[in-house]
Design a protein around this ligand. Structure first.
Ligand code: PGA
Length: 255
């Protein structure tokens, strides 16, 4: 059994560096007690250096919320994956729906995944449908196409170095997450598409996370009924009391 992976996507929060350092300190202390869980915090770029623990931690890693598709050059406002690696980032969230909404196409996402892999970092690739149509099941067609296009540039060899985050867009920033039994059904489908694209063995092992309105109260059923390898957490990841409780709950799950 792999370790569980909990990624905190801080988005454009908290408002000040003092608060960012305070949150990361509390998570660092908690992370030392975790037995079967790895935690990643993905603060805004400008907070990464100040929130990174001074000493190497066994369960806590740094993440970033995006990276450029290019390695270097005239790309105003962009940050390369290598630069992120140089400041201690290990995981990079790619293709988040809030980036896709601003014009990031599957093609760009696919290039970004390549850039992150080239820099030796781990892309956390977000996929998810905008809405579901239970009757026609058209969300499955959408997901299949999105996954195929998003991973178009990834080789079979590199496919074992990615993390998939299934985030149904309608469940992000919502009041309720997706029902855990639907999460199970959909993540089985995602593994099947991944298996058709790459290799059944890799598809079995690739970590698949769920994201969208996760909090400390619903994390347990999402993990145990949804059978995901971890969670991509937005709002609750900067609500430090809730996030620490979420880590405790997830770490104590036995299955
Ligand atoms: P949320 O965000 O947990 O606040 O719904 C999740 C995400 O966007 O990654």
């Amino acid at each position: 059994m792999n370790k569980k992976l909990i990624i905190g996507n801080w988005k454009m929060n908290p408002p000040s560096i003092e608060e960012a350092v305070d949150i990361s300190n509390k998570i660092r202390i908690m992370a030392t007690d975790l037995k079967q869980t790895d935690v990643v915090i993905a603060p805004p770029y400008v907070f990464i250096t100040s929130t990174k623990p001074k000493d190497e931690q066994k369960n806590l890693f740094m993440g970033a919320q995006s990276a450029s598709a290019d390695a270097e050059g005239a790309h105003t406002g962009e940050v390369s994956a290598r630069m992120l690696g140089d400041i201690g980032v290990k995981y990079v969230i790619i293709g988040h729906s809030e980036q896709r909404e601003r014009g990031e196409t599957n093609e760009i996402v696919s290039k970004k995944i390549g850039a992150v892999l080239d820099a030796g970092l781990v892309p956390v690739v977000c996929v998810g449908e905008k809405s579901r149509d239970q009757e026609s099941g058209s969300h499955y067609d959408f997901l299949r196409d999105q996954i195929k296009q998003t991973f178009a540039n990834v080789t079979k060899k590199a496919s074992k170095d990615v993390v998939i985050a299934y985030e149904p867009i309608w469940a992000i920033g919502a009041t309720e997450p997706m029902a855990p039994d639907q999460i199970l059904e959909t993540t089985i489908f995602i593994r099947k598409v991944f298996s058709d694209l790459f290799d059944p063995k890799v598809a079995k092992k690739v970590p698949v996370l769920y994201g969208g309105s996760v909090n400390f109260k619903n994390a347990e059923s999402i993990m145990s009924v949804g059978k995901v390898d971890g969670l991509l957490v937005g709002r609750e990841s900067v609500n430090v009391t809730g996030f620490l409780e979420l880590l405790r709950v997830v770490d104590s799950l036995q299955y």
